[in-house]
Design a protein around this ligand. Structure first.
Ligand code: CTP
Length: 403
C-alpha cells in the first residue's frame, strides 16, 4: 500500500460504540506505514481511551484536555494543517450536525474548521437517526461543501434494530482513504478498463469449464489504478474477492460476455489492461438439461472462444480514446518467445510475461515474477514481488505511456 505508506492521517473518534473499530482502523493504517494522529471527543473517551490509540500509533492521542492544556501553541491549527486528510470514524449524528453548522466546541470540531485538506466522514448512528430529516440535511450540506462520506452500511445495529447506520468496517474505510489520497494522482482524469479472473464456459445448467486464475492480479491492478487517481471499470469473472472501493464492477462469465463488456467499456477508456484468463475454447452445444450419468459418457465438442485482445486490436480504429493496451502472457515454457509473439499478434503496447511453471509466480499465489516486453522491443525484468507491487509497477508504466 504505497499510497498509505508515509501518509499523515488525522483520525477523529467520536462517542459511538463503533469507537472500538477505530482502534482497528488506527492499527491497520499504522501497520501500512501511515503516521496517525488521533483526536478523541469526550464522548469517545467514554468508550475508549487515548492510551489505546497511543499504544497502537506510537504517537500522542489528543483529547479536549489538550485543547485547554496549553502544551502546544494553537494545537488545532497545527493539527488541521499537518495533514491532507482528516478521517472522522465513527462520526455520530451530533458531530455531523456540528460539522454542518461550523460549530467548534471541542478539539475535533475546531480542528475540522481549521482543516485545509480533505475531510472523510464514516457515520455511525442507531435507530433511524441517519434517516432523520435533520441528519439528511446535515449530510447534504456537508456533501455540497466537499466533505466525503464512507458509508454508513445497512445492517444490525447495537440496539438490535436493523437499518442504515452501521459504520463501515475498517478495511472498507481504508479503501475510501486510498480513494481520497489518490485524487490528483498520475492517472487523474483517466479511465481504465481492467479485467480479472477466469472464464466460466457452460457445459450444462450445473457444469462449466474454467481455469485456475484467482483474479488477484487483476484486482490488485484495479486498486493500483484507483490509488493513482484513475476511474476504473473492473470487468471480472466470478472470483469471490472483495473489489476495491471505488471501482465500477461488471461481472461476466463467458469469453463472449467479456468481449462484449470490454468493447463497450473501451469506447470511453484511455487504457485496457487484460489480466483475465479468458477461455480459448468453449463448448459447441451447451446442454439445456443436466447431463445424466445414465446417458453414458458425453461427447463434448469444443470450439474457439472469442479472443478479446485480438478483437480489440481489430477494432482499435473505432476506439478513438484508447491509447494503451496491456496483455499478460501466462507461459509454462519458452516464456519470452511466446510472449513476444502475443505482443505482436495482439498489437499491445506491452505484455507482462509470467512463468507459471514457477511455484512462486502465476496462478493462485500472492507473488509474481514478471518480464515486461514493449512494442518497441525494449525488455524489462521485474524481480519477484507481491501482486500488489507488480500491479503498481504496471500501472506506473501505463501512466507513463499515457503522458
Ligand atoms: N486473451 C484474450 N482472449 C482470449 C484469451 C486470452 O483476450 N480468448 C488475452 C489474455 O487476457 C492475456 C493475453 O490474451 O492478456 C494472452 O493470454 P494467453 O492465455 O497467455 O494467450 P492466448 O492468446 O490465449 O494463447 P495460448 O493460450 O495458446 O498461449
Amino acid at each position: 500500500m504505497t499510497i498509505i505508506n508515509g501518509a499523515h492521517v488525522l483520525l477523529g473518534v467520536t462517542g459511538s460504540i463503533a469507537a472500538y473499530k477505530a482502534a482497528d482502523l488506527a492499527s491497520k493504517l499504522t501497520q501500512h506505514g501511515a503516521e496517525v494522529d488521533v483526536i478523541l471527543t469526550s464522548g469517545a473517551e467514554k468508550f475508549i481511551t487515548a492510551l489505546t490509540f497511543q499504544s497502537i500509533t506510537g504517537r500522542k492521542a489528543y483529547s479536549d484536555a489538550d485543547l485547554w492544556g496549553g502544551q502546544a501553541h494553537i494545537l488545532h491549527v497545527g493539527l488541521g494543517h499537518s495533514s491532507k486528510l482528516f478521517v472522522i470514524a465513527p462520526c455520530t449524528a451530533n458531530t455531523l450536525a456540528k460539522l454542518a453548522h461550523g460549530q467548534a466546541d471541542n478539539l475535533l470540531t475546531v480542528t475540522a474548521l481549521a482543516m485545509s485538506g480533505s475531510i472523510l466522514v464514516a457515520p455511525a448512528m442507531d435507530a433511524g437517526m441517519y434517516e432523520h430529516p435533520a441528519t439528511r440535511q446535515n449530510v447534504s450540506v456537508l456533501q455540497e461543501r466537499g466533505v466525503l462520506f464512507a458509508g454508513p452500511a445497512e445492517g444490525r445495529m447495537a440496539s438490535g434494530m436493523v437499518g442504515k447506520g452501521r459504520m463501515l468496517e475498517p478495511a472498507e474505510i481504508i479503501g475510501h482513504i486510498r480513494l481520497t489520497l489518490g485524487r490528483g494522482g498520475a492517472l487523474a482524469g483517466r479511465r481504465l478498463v481492467i479485467t480479472a479472473g477466469g472464464t466460466q464456459e457452460p457445459v450444462d445448467p450445473v457444469r462449466y469449464l474454467t481455469n485456475r486464475s484467482s483474479g488477484k492480479q487483476g484486482y490488485a491492478l484495479a486498486q493500483a489504478a484507483l490509488d493513482a487517481g484513475a476511474t476504473v471499470r473492473l470487468v471480472t469473472h466470478p472470483t469471490g474477492l472483495t473489489p476495491p472501493v471505488g471501482a465500477e464492477v461488471v461481472e461476466v462469465r463467458t469469453a463472449q460476455n467479456m468481449l462484449d463488456e470490454v468493447l463497450k467499456s473501451c469506447e470511453e477508456a484511455d487504457a485496457l489492461v487484460m489480466a483475465a484468463a479468458v477461455a480459448d475454447f468453449r463448448v459447441q452445444h451447451v446442454s439445456e438439461h443436466k447431463l445424466k450419468r445414465r446417458d453414458g459418457i458425453p461427447q463434448i465438442q469444443l470450439i474457439a472462444a472469442p479472443d478479446v485482445l485480438s478483437t480489440v486490436a481489430q477494432e482499435r480504429g473505432k476506439l478513438k480514446k484508447l491509447k494503451v493496451v496491456v496483455g499478460f502472457a501466462a507461459e509454462s515454457r519458452d516464456l519470452i518467445e511466446n510472449a513476444a509473439a502475443k505482443l505482436n499478434a495482439k498489437k499491445l503496447n506491452f505484455i507482462a510475461a509470467n512463468d507459471i511453471s514457477a511455484t512462486d509466480a502465476g496462478f493462485a499465489v500472492d507473488t509474481n515474477r514478471l518480464t515486461l516486453l514493449y512494442a518497441d522491443g525494449k525488455r524489462e525484468s521485474l524481480p519477484l514481488m507481491g501482486k500488489d507491487e507488480a500491479a503498481e509497477a504496471i500501472i506506473a508504466r501505463v501512466a507513463n505511456l499515457l503522458e
